[in-house]
Design a protein around this ligand. Structure first.
Ligand code: BES
Ligand code: ZN
Length: 878
């Protein structure tokens, strides 16, 4: 096989031909769907008149091609397995093509495929070329008319983008619907759905008075899981009007739930397609965290209607333009709708574990990559989460009002266009007359900056000198790093824990300020400082950096109790716990007995025993750093020590503070009817954190609580929390009956069975890996369904680190087996699943060698471009 080659941002060329209007006609059939396309094409100004027309096409059988009604002769065009080239074309013409494709055997879930018999599409980023020959790039925008023809019985519902304009019956039990989308769009936003679907419907009146019909289409058995998403949609529409001044622009907005879907959801114009796991919810089947995720995803896809659809990307290197901005928007929305501090804590936790890990591994890349082999591999935490942090920094830099002006300017100026990251940042620079040249480095430089801190208090001069230095470690292909513009929000706490008045150069800066660290090293001298302060740095996590600061336990505990910044209070607690865990790990490594420090236990006790004003934050404060986060802090990752130390700490806290946790657990019981609202979620999470500590003690009465909660069957959040505790008990006879009962009860519901899989394979027990292999043969599992793969394999790999990293290498072998099979079926998912095998850099030599061995094994296969790119990067960096 030819080695796949990379595409470079610097090689961008504008399209030579534009499509003004696209007319599609689908004659649906599982094994042979016929797609007729009629494209109104014009040559772009400045293009040579002999420039060939090259249309992308993938897995297509071409049956017919004509220009202005005139079929082409064999010598006039050329078809390969990737493109249709027509050597000479007029300046303006009509192109007709007809192709045949087989949705039923499309396991990649890109282009047109079938899920549970339903026809559906996924075109971002380059799936449209699996549907018809087309200039499949985001800077070609056309209006679309789509006629869908299908069997009345199998596909009574026929949907596409825009508004339905015509429908009718055809011979042989077939029927059709024609849809028209008046908004020019790139092909990646095209969508079609056909199946036996039912809907719930609602109405929304926009600020400007447009009456919009809202529909959620699902299979009949899922109708009782749609109400929550509908409410979330209406909240999103209102919120985008109020916060960003953005109104919806069609008379119809549809969401469809499909079971087989590579991602969470997709923002196709007027017809969002959702993974059923990202939209279906009800109290009996869905946990609180999933309700919140669904609300966020519904909002995210809706928000794309402006940040992505009306203003789209010039090319796929600009992906963060729409994704980073839209993630930032959905973060703001979720934070307005729920607990703002908890939302921030969760987002930062994700960034600091998963994104930082990406940044320090072989697949590190800038927020705007400058080359790729397969663009599908770049829907990453760096583009999404770091991309959102960069927009957040801009927002903080400008202040909300000005940021909003910049956003208005951006939407107004570029409406209907395909643009670049620069266009967005320029609008922000323009409204405040700022120079953001250096800031742009956040988009082009990969890696996580590290900030070191030096400080000195001068009692005589009453000054406090803070020296901040930045350093970004080299990443593959980027040895040299330039200094970034890093906003460091901070304050200084006095002895009472109150923010001091900040003064620099005689200028009063209030009690919290933002230091602009835009050089390698910068000194800040605070004046009029009566005594040595405790600095609180990077408040609210004001920049996506690693802060290297050595604070004592006493200082951390002080910040944890007094910092005026909620995020930093939580973070100080995490740092304190981390210190404690490191001590335990050192003892474990020496073979000494692990002993939990008294000071730490008492700190936790005071948290548990002090009535909390914010239960949601308290639940976060009581949660120890995850194994993944601890690993991210280490130079050499000691898988076993991390696991043992963390387990020990939780067990020991549960045992020592049993009565306190028991009181908390009892206090936070509630008889209220379930609602996934902010107060209830906070209360349940606190209660279930308490339950986890109680059960970690291993005491019988703790498991009695769990059993009782499991059997009370009040809602899935509580059932699942109890099941997890029972299942994770060292003695498997405690968990096995509950696992069995749960599996029988929910055998009919795939989304609940995913939770059942996940609970079992996250068990720390030694036979977890054998359990994974066993469950892969379970009738509810299918390797072709991405949700099943994520629930069973993904959970094992990511949430069961001791067993995935087994010293005999069986965990790595298992993952490689799965990747090799997925490589043939679904390359996009295969390339995601293989990532944990590329995170070998900081592991011990034995495990590193075992991982490399499996990567080599994968490399020996005939690989998709997706998997090839990832594996090749990993092996090259080794
Ligand atoms: N545009 C993406 C979906 C997508 C990405 C489709 C890559 C095909 C390939 C969508 O807007 C998105 O970002 N979805 C996220 C969820 C979101 C809340 C971050 C997803 O699917 O995970
Ligand atoms: Zn998105």
């Amino acid at each position: 096989m030819a080695e796949p080659h990379a595409i470079y941002l610097k090689d961008y060329q504008p399209p030579r031909y534009q499509v003004e209007h696209t007319e599609l006609r689908f004659d649906l059939a599982p094994e042979a769907t016929r797609v007729q396309a009629t494209l109104q094409i014009t040559r772009a100004p400045g293009t040579a008149s002999d420039a060939a027309l090259v249309l992308a096409g993938d897995h297509l059988t071409l049956e017919h091609v004509a220009i202005d009604g005139q079929p082409l002769e064999p010598g006039e065009f050329e078809v390969t397995d990737r493109a249709l080239t027509i050597h000479t074309v007029p300046e303006r013409f009509r192109l007709d093509t007809e192709v045949v494709l087989a949705p039923a055997s499309n396991t990649a879930l890109e282009g047109l495929y079938q899920s549970n018999g339903m026809f559906c599409t996924q075109c971002e980023p380059e799936g449209f070329r699996r549907i018809t020959f087309y200039p499949d790039r985001p800077d070609v925008m056309a209006t679309f008319t789509t006629t869908v023809i299908g069997d009345q019985a199998a596909t009574p519902i026929l949907l596409a983008n825009g508004n339905p304009v015509e429908r009718g019956e055809l011979p042989d039990g077939r029927h059709f619907v024609t849809w028209n989308d008046p908004h020019p769009k790139p092909a990646y936003l095209f969508a079609l759905v056909a199946g036996n679907l039912e809907k719930i419907e609602d109405q929304f009146t926009t600020q400007g008075g447009r009456e919009v019909t809202l529909q959620i289409w699902v299979e009949q058995q899922n109708l009782d899981k749609t109400a929550f998403a509908m409410t979330a949609l209406k909240h999103s529409m209102r919120w985008d009007e109020e916060r960003f001044g953005r109104e919806y622009d069609l008379d119809l907005f549809m969401i469809v739930a499909v079971d087989d879907f590579n991602m969470g959801a997709m923002e196709n114009k007027g017809l969002n397609i959702f993974n059923s796991s990202a939209v279906l919810a009800n109290p009996d089947t869905t946990v609180d965290a999933m309700f919140q995720r669904i609300e966020g995803i519904v909002a995210h896809e809706y928000f794309h209607n402006w940040s992505g659809n009306r203003v789209t990307c010039r090319d796929w290197f600009q992906l963060a333009l729409k994704e980073g901005f839209t993630v930032f928007r959905d973060q703001l929305f979720s934070s307005d709708m729920n607990s703002a501090p908890v939302k921030r804590i969760e987002d930062v936790a994700l960034l600091r574990t998963a994104q930082f890990a990406e940044d320090s591994g072989p697949t590190a890349h800038p927020v705007r990559p400058d080359h790729f082999i397969e663009i599908s591999n770049f829907y990453t935490l760096t583009v999404y989460e770091k991309g959102a942090e960069v927009v957040r920094m801009l927002c903080n830099l400008l202040g909300w009002e000005t940021f909003r002006q910049g956003s208005d300017l951006y939407f107004e100026r570029f409406d209907g266009q395909a643009v670049r990251v620069e266009d967005f940042v320029d609008c922000m620079a323009e409204v405040l007359n700022l120079d953001l040249t250096q800031f742009m480095r956040w988009y082009s430089q990969a890696g996580t900056p590290e900030i070191s801190v030096d400080s000195a208090y001068d009692a005589e001069r009453r000054t406090f000198m803070l020296t901040l230095s930045q350093h970004t470690p080299a990443t593959p292909g980027q040895e040299e790093k330039a200094p970034l513009q890093i906003p460091v929000e901070m304050g200084l706490l006095d002895e009472q824990g109150v923010d001091m008045a900040l003064v620099i150069d005689g200028q009063s800066l209030g009690s919290s300020t933002v230091l602009n660290l835009d050089e390698s090293t910068k000194q800040f001298v605070f004046e009029d400082v009566p005594h040595a302060p405790v600095p609180s740095l990077l408040r609210g996590f004001s920049a996506p950096v690693k802060l290297k600061q050595t604070l004592s336990r006493e200082q951390l505990s002080f910040l944890m109790r007094h910092d005026s910044d909620g995020f930093n209070r939580w973070d100080a607690g995490q740092q304190l716990a981390l210190k404690e865990l490191e001590t335990l790990m050192a003892a474990y490594r020496r073979g000494d007995e692990m002993v939990l420090d008294e000071f730490f236990v008492e700190t936790v006790r005071s948290l548990v025993e002090t009535p909390a004003s914010d239960k949601a934050v308290l639940a976060e404060m009581l949660t120890l750093p995850t194994e993944a986060f601890i690993a991210e802090q280490q130079t050499t990752v000691d898988i076993d020590a991390i696991h043992q130390a963390r387990r020990f700490a939780i067990a020991c806290l549960g045992d020592t503070l049993f009565e306190a946790f028991e009181t908390l657990y009892t206090q936070e019981q509630s008889d209220a009817a379930y609602a996934p609202d902010f107060d209830q979620i906070a209360q349940r999470s606190l209660k279930n954190v308490a339950l986890a500590y109680l059960c970690a003690s291993g005491r019988d009465d703790a498991f009695a609580y769990a059993r009782q909660q499991f059997e009370a069957n009040a809602n899935m959040t509580d059932v699942r929390a109890a099941l997890t505790q029972l299942a994770h008990a060292g003695d498997t006879s405690i968990g096995d009956p509950a696992i069995r009962a749960f599996g029988e009860r929910w055998a009919h519901d795939p989304l609940v069975m995913d939770q059942w899989f996940a609970t079992q394979v996250s068990r720390p027990h030694e036979d977890a890996l054998e359990r994974v292999r066993f469950l892969m043969a379970h009738p509810a599992f299918s390797i072709k369904n991405p949700n099943r793969v994520r629930a069973l394999i993904g959970t094992f790999v990511n949430q069961n680190r001791v067993n995935f990293h087994r010293r005999d290498g069986q965990g790595y072998r298992l993952l490689a087996d799965v990747v090799i099979e997925l490589n043939r079926l679904n390359p996009e998912i295969a390339a995601r699943m293989v990532l944990p095998l590329t995170r070998f850099k900081r592991l011990d030599g034995t495990r590193r060698a075992l991982m490399l061995e499996q990567l080599e094994r994968i490399k020996a296969e005939p690989l998709s471009r997706n998997v090839y790119e990832v594996v090749d990067k990993a092996l090259t960096s080794a």
